[in-house]
Design a protein around this ligand. Structure first.
Ligand SMILES: Nc1nc2c(ncn2[C@@H]2O[C@H](COP(=O)(O)OP(=O)(O)OP(=O)(O)O)[C@@H](O)[C@H]2O)c(=O)[nH]1
Ligand SMILES: [Mg+2]
Length: 320
């Protein structure tokens, strides 16, 4: 018998629902480097089936509670949750807390994985799509990606989904805050969570007003009220996600979005690779030499940069 590629085997095991195998693959892509590239390439072959839902919003708005309940409400046999925290290290207690909260709601059906930045946030721009690709190739669906926070990085990660859900709460601030953070443009669905608190309707009204002002053609972001701790409104939210998915497919927007996502990833990958190489160049011998000359004012910073840049573009030509 021919010996099989161990990676194929790992994918097969993960595809049959084995969580350890899936976890292993995710660890492999997280680490970057050659193995990650192989896993990514292999996953790319089978990916493209899963619906990807991004959930974002300010800290504490109830994203994890919603996400966990949503996975259950989807009725899917193999939902997956990726919880991403761009600001905290991998061992962050908040993430562990999230995990427990989500497990409570989902029973045992959803596969849950936390990811955090190691080093700089740029790594996430590559690690997240790879993780989604692996989950997708392993047959998970839907894949729900929760990002904490409303900064640029968080918003761009969440917006890389097929459907982007933005969670606000009554008193989180009015729609103006969501607008400032650029959430109005990326939201396909708004959730006003903690509807058990006063003035959830007011929050909905504010959002409606903001949406009236900046009309996007095609799909107008819908607004769903939820009380996630009670599970109220979660079915409505899932229905709305399905309605959006249908809209994406029928309008051709799904293909456009996914194309944009892949193009963005190409640029992100180049950027990450270049950043690594910039560090290498500065730290190597000729870099040190040039920097020494800058120290002694024999060379201007601009001239040194140009000199070192020429080594960046000349070495390591593209393969193939
Ligand atoms: N009153 C009320 N509390 C809620 C509701 N949903 C969630 N919470 C509570 O809000 C707190 C934060 O919920 P999480 O689901 O962890 O919120 P999160 O947005 O994931 O938080 P981070 O990941 O830390 O940003 C918890 O104490 C929840 O129990 C709700 O509908 N009503
Ligand atoms: Mg959370």
């Amino acid at each position: 018998m021919m010996s099989r590629d161990p990676l194929d085997e790992l994918f097969e095991t993960a595809g049959s629902g084995n969580r350890r195998a899936l976890g292993k693959l995710l660890t492999m892509v997280e680490k970057r480097g050659e193995t990650a590239a192989k896993v990514s390439e292999r996953a790319h072959r089978d990916a493209g089936q899963a619906r990807v839902v991004g959930v974002t919003g300010a800290p504490g708005t109830g994203k994890s509670t919603i996400t966990g309940r949503l996975a259950a409400a989807s009725g899917a046999s193999r939902p997956a949750i990726l919880a991403i925290d761009p600001s905290s290290p991998l061992t962050g207690g908040a993430i562990l807390g999230d995990r427990i909260r989500m497990d409570n709601h989902v029973g045992n059906s959803a596969f849950i994985r936390s990811m955090a930045t190691r080093g700089h946030a740029g790594g996430l721009a590559v690690a997240v799509p790879d993780a989604i690709r692996v989950l997708d190739a392993a047959g998970c669906d839907p894949i729900i990606v929760e990002t904490v926070g409303v900064g640029q990085v968080e918003v761009s990660i969440a917006a890389a989904a097929d459907t982007t859900v933005v969670v606000v709460t009554p008193g989180w601030g009015d729609a103006v805050q969501a607008n400032k953070a650029g959430l109005l443009e990326v939201a396909d669905i708004f959730v006003v969570n903690k509807a058990d608190r006063p003035d959830a309707r007011g929050a909905r009204r504010d959002l409606e007003l903001m949406l009236d002002l900046g009309h996007r053609s095609g799909w107008r972001a819908s607004i769903v009220l939820t009380t996630a701790i009670e599970g109220e409104g979660i079915d409505d939210l899932w229905t709305e996600i399905e309605r959006h998915t249908a809209h994406l497919r029928e309008s051709g927007e799904l293909i456009r979005r996914r194309c944009r996502r892949r193009r963005d990833e190409v640029a992100d990958r180049i950027e990450l690779e270049l950043r690594d190489r910039v560090h290498q160049i500065i730290q190597n011998q000729s870099g040190e030499f040039a920097l020494g000359r800058v120290d002694r004012n024999e060379l201007s910073p601009a001239a040194a940069a140009e000199l070192l840049l020429s080594t960046l573009t000349s070495d390591k030509p593209p393969e193939g």
